[in-house]
Design a protein around this ligand. Sequence first.
Ligand SMILES: Nc1ncnc2c1ncn2[C@@H]1O[C@H](COP(=O)(O)OP(=O)(O)OP(=O)(O)O)[C@@H](O)[C@H]1O
Ligand SMILES: [Mg+2]
Length: 249
Amino acid sequence: MSTTLLQLHEISQRFGKLHVLDQLTLSVHAGETLGLIGPNGAGKTSLLNIASGFSKPYAGKVLFKNQDITRLDPAQRARLGLMRSFQSSQIFPQHTIQHNLALALRACTSKAYTWLGRPGPLRDSLEQADDIVASSLFGGRNDVVAGTLSYGEQRLLDLLISVAQHPQMLLLDEPTAGLSKQEAADAMALLAGLHHQSTVVLVSHDLDLVFEHCDRIAVLNLGRLTAVDTPEAIRRHEGAQTAYLGGAE
Ligand SMILES: Nc1ncnc2c1ncn2[C@@H]1O[C@H](COP(=O)(O)OP(=O)(O)OP(=O)(O)O)[C@@H](O)[C@H]1O
Ligand SMILES: [Mg+2]
């Protein structure tokens, strides 16, 4: 039987008179990659914001590992293992690829700060980062300054940094938007490297990618779930077809 890692329970969101999410309930199972699709304005980003703590719901509860985390902020949720990746947010453009990775790795260890409150030593994290870079698509490019990378490569580095931290759960909002076909394939290969050790929620308008890589797919339309099922079942689901073919690119 699958274990529920994240539960969004009767979530509603409103912006003034605009009802963006309407009593939405969704369970994400441990180890799965769940695709979240739907037309523009369906409420996908609003839902990820609520799951990650970047906004509070108008009503409803967010449970992670059976703990009510509705009132926790994003940093508190990250410490519990629930992480959200933003476009290039974790990258320091003036630092090298290796240094960027090492800083992120150090931040998620107990050595992040000394007892004097100063940043802890980076040496171990640099060694660890060296190994990760060597076996990644950035192999041999440890010393390249991140700010000189192309837009697509920066997004890939951001994803590598997220993946390298092995979060128990990773929420991704359109991680392949603006990437070339090859870069999008590289991004999915990075996610595949998690080998189901992390649970992933993937918001994307790239339906081919979602249908190929997700274990289940949730279809959102006008703030409500039209269907949550396996890719095969979603393909056959009439309501889901209408919802996502109605607006997604
Ligand atoms: N902070 C906000 N204030 C007011 N309205 C908002 C805010 N954030 C989102 N909305 C509105 O909520 C609705 C859902 O937006 P959301 O960004 O969640 O959709 P989405 O499914 O992520 O769309 P897209 O596929 O275009 O990214 C839209 O009508 C949007 O204009
Ligand atoms: Mg969005």
